[in-house]
Design a protein around this ligand. Structure first.
Ligand code: NAD
Ligand code: UDP
Length: 335
């Protein structure tokens, strides 16, 4: 299949490209490199031993996107491109609505123009909002608590409307839980700019000595040990979910949401313990105030993806930590 990947130089996109190339798909990657480096494209080629077509372009650029659709006989699109930092989205909401919502609308219009109607969209468990009724199921009511989450929810709604207007569209809304880990080669991984917001890259940077200690945001949640519980998923397992979703689009299934998570919840303290075991490093930490907007517990009911996509996570928390550590150790100065 000839597939357009938006945001293919990013964390999840780059891992998905490797898995797609391993299955002999032909890839066209579009990325403006606003949150990634060209080095990731080189490493995708290095790991897979295959060529990819790369366009250093913004999905908001209609002229260039039109040319890309004209030049390539694209069958399906996997749409990763977007901005993803919750805190930043509260500071600069208009930028987030422009990049995520307007960018997506322009992409979907371009797809429509060129009669490309198969789409896999990167949604997020954040669309379950403040729900504390775990595990989260696809049919739960949706809501958002910050501009980033609202962009995901809006794009999901736009896609449901698009499908209602034209049933030739085939759309998967993949609701990721907490992607962590890295490619086992240590060549690809999460490459955050500045101080990381997310737990795993923060712990990795403490382990490698870049940061002094982890601050645990609250230990008074109604969870097993008082710290926040999340459903961590290895990025390679997540990447494989995209291949399954693409296969399903070919069979035809309409517009469907799928939870991509393991179905298990781990606390912050459990992640620290697993990381210490994987890295043989001590992770110093202190308990601080809860982080505004955090929920106590989030984990998936992945049974729909398990049965309909025939997809299931395989990698353990220990493997996630070992691969995150391997990536951090081999790339202390990022890409
Ligand atoms: P990432 O920032 O590493 O990758 C996104 C890529 O898109 C980057 O390479 C960036 O340069 C590119 N990009 C951004 N805006 C663009 C534009 N206008 N035109 C072209 N390229 C653009 O993020 P990621 O972690 O790989 O996430 C991929 C997708 O998955 C995002 O849509 C994100 O919201 C979603 N998601 C991520 C997580 C997570 O925890 N990482 C969880 C749920 C959902
Ligand atoms: N967390 C923490 N310290 C950090 C970053 C995260 O204690 O420096 C906690 C956070 O409160 C949550 C869990 O780790 O309970 C996962 O946070 P992350 O930001 O990685 O994911 P999200 O909250 O978006 O699911």
């Amino acid at each position: 299949m000839k597939i357009l990947i938006t945001g293919g130089a990013g964390y999840i996109g780059s891992h998905t490209c490797v898995e797609l190339l391993n299955k002999n798909n032909e890839l066209i990657i579009v990325d403006n490199l606003s949150n990634s480096k060209y080095e990731a494209i080189k490493r995708i080629k290095q790991i897979s031993g295959k060529e990819v077509k790369f366009y250093h372009t913004d999905i908001l650029n209609e002229i260039e996107m039109d040319i890309i659709f004209q030049e390539n006989n694209i069958e399906a699109v996997i749409h990763f491109a977007g901005s993803k930092a919750v805190g930043e989205s509260c500071q600069i909401p208009l930028e987030y609505y422009k990049n995520n919502v307007t960018g997506s609308i322009k992409l979907f219009q371009m797809m429509q123009k060129h009669n490309v109607k198969k789409l896999v969209f990167s949604s997020s468990a954040t669309v379950y909002g403040l729900n504390d009724n775990v595990p989260f199921k696809e049919e739960f009511p949706l809501s958002a608590t910050n501009p980033y989450g609202r962009t995901k929810l809006m794009i999901e709604e736009i896609l449901r409307d698009l499908y209602s207007s034209d049933n030739f569209w085939q759309i998967s809304l993949l609701r990721y839980f907490n992607p962590v880990g890295a490619h086992p080669s240590g060549l690809l991984g999460e490459d955050p700019q500045g101080i990381p917001n997310n737990l795993m890259p923060f712990i990795s940077q403490v382990a490698v000595g870049k940061l002094e200690k982890l601050r645990i945001f609250g230990n008074d949640y109604p969870t097993k040990d008082g710290t926040g519980v999340r459903d961590y998923i290895h990025v390679v397992d997540l990447a494989k979910g995209h291949l399954k979703a693409l296969e399903k689009l070919r069979e035809g299934h309409g517009c469907q949401p799928y939870n991509l998570g393991s179905g298990e919840g781990n606390s912050v303290l459990e992640v620290i313990q697993a990381f210490e075991e994987a890295s043989n490093k001590k992770i110093p930490y202190e308990i601080v105030e809860r982080r505004a907007g955090d929920i106590a517990t989030s984990f998936a009911d992945p049974s729909k993806a398990n049965s309909k996509l025939e997809w299931k996570t395989k990698k353990t928390l220990l493997e996630m930590c070992a691969d995150s550590w391997n990536w951090q150790r081999k790339n202390p100065k990022r890409y």
